[in-house]
Design a protein around this ligand. Structure first.
Ligand code: PEP
Ligand code: MN
Length: 264
């Protein structure tokens, strides 16, 4: 496979802060919520606003996302703040709607990366796009499955690719909701040396108090960015309430990361 080296170009071309900060709520809930959090995040190091509108819940009965109407809310947030916008896509229909709404960053979630059929459908729908496409690791610690997803997208001539480490499911009792497996992401980078690597400490931790240390570890390992679930009222978030942090906590984390960097 050729041109694996071109992959960091989008990150450089965007002229974004290092680390790249993607932040926003787990789920878009209301128009006011999306617009309000966007304005708050605009005052932090955040470059890209994330919000899930189609939510892949492991078990039914929880909030499953607001649906396509949320795209309008994200568009408004982008118009008012200039932040780029990101959402999860899990099928061809999502991709078509997101492209029509000019979403800047589309990510493939852990429950989709596990399925070569789903990934191939998304890759076909995105064929040749210049949008940024980020691939979360699959739910299970399976490097070939993660690599295979990246290869399918790369083969569909999608150049602006990146990957997100969101931890791996385990039946063991650990302090994490999803175990980080740092070596798997390093092995992935050995195959695609210039693929931007982003950490999602929120879905790894499943709780707020572990987020700073996870971010620090990722920067020590030369990750290019972080994706952090952020809500102005985390306890009342409609999904993943325990792991979301406020914009001011996010701000403090990025300041502390910088201080740590300067003093080491
Ligand atoms: C999310 O980012 O809200 C999400 C559902 O993530 P994951 O696919 O990592 O579980
Ligand atoms: Mn979430």
């Amino acid at each position: 496979m050729e041109n694996r080296k071109e992959m960091k170009t989008w990150l450089n071309n965007l002229g974004l802060n290092h680390p790249l900060v993607i932040a926003g709520p787990c789920s878009a809930e209301t128009e006011d919520q999306v617009v309000k959090i966007a304005h708050q995040l605009k005052e932090t190091d955040t470059s890209i606003l994330r919000a899930g509108i189609w939510k892949p819940r492991t078990r039914p009965g929880n909030f499953e996302g607001i649906g396509a109407i949320g795209l309008k809310w994200l568009q408004r947030a982008k118009e008012e703040t200039g932040l780029k916008i990101a959402t999860e896509v899990a099928n061809k229909n999502h991709v078509e709607l997101a492209l029509k709404a000019d979403v800047d960053v589309l990510w493939i979630g852990a429950r989709s990366t596990v399925s070569p059929f789903i990934v191939q459908d998304i890759a076909d729908a995105l064929q040749g796009t210049d949008k940024i496409v980020l691939v979360k690791n699959p739910v299970n610690p399976d490097l070939p499955l993660w690599l295979g997803a990246v290869e399918r997208l790369h083969d569909a001539n999608i150049k602006n690719l990146g990957v997100i480490h969101r931890g791996f499911s385990t039946y063991e009792k650990t302090k994490y909701r999803n175990n980080p497996e740092w070596q798997i992401a390093i092995d992935l980078q050995n195959e695609f040396p210039d693929l931007p690597l982003i950490l999602d400490p929120s879905h790894i931790a499943g709780r707020r108090d572990l987020i700073f240390d996870l971010c620090q570890t990722s920067l020590d390992l030369n990750y290019n960015g972080i994706m952090v679930e952020t809500h102005f009222d985390p306890n009342n978030a409609w999904s993943d309430a325990k792991q979301q942090i406020t914009p001011s906590s996010l701000d403090q984390i990025t300041v502390d990361l910088k201080i740590r960097k300067e003093t080491t």
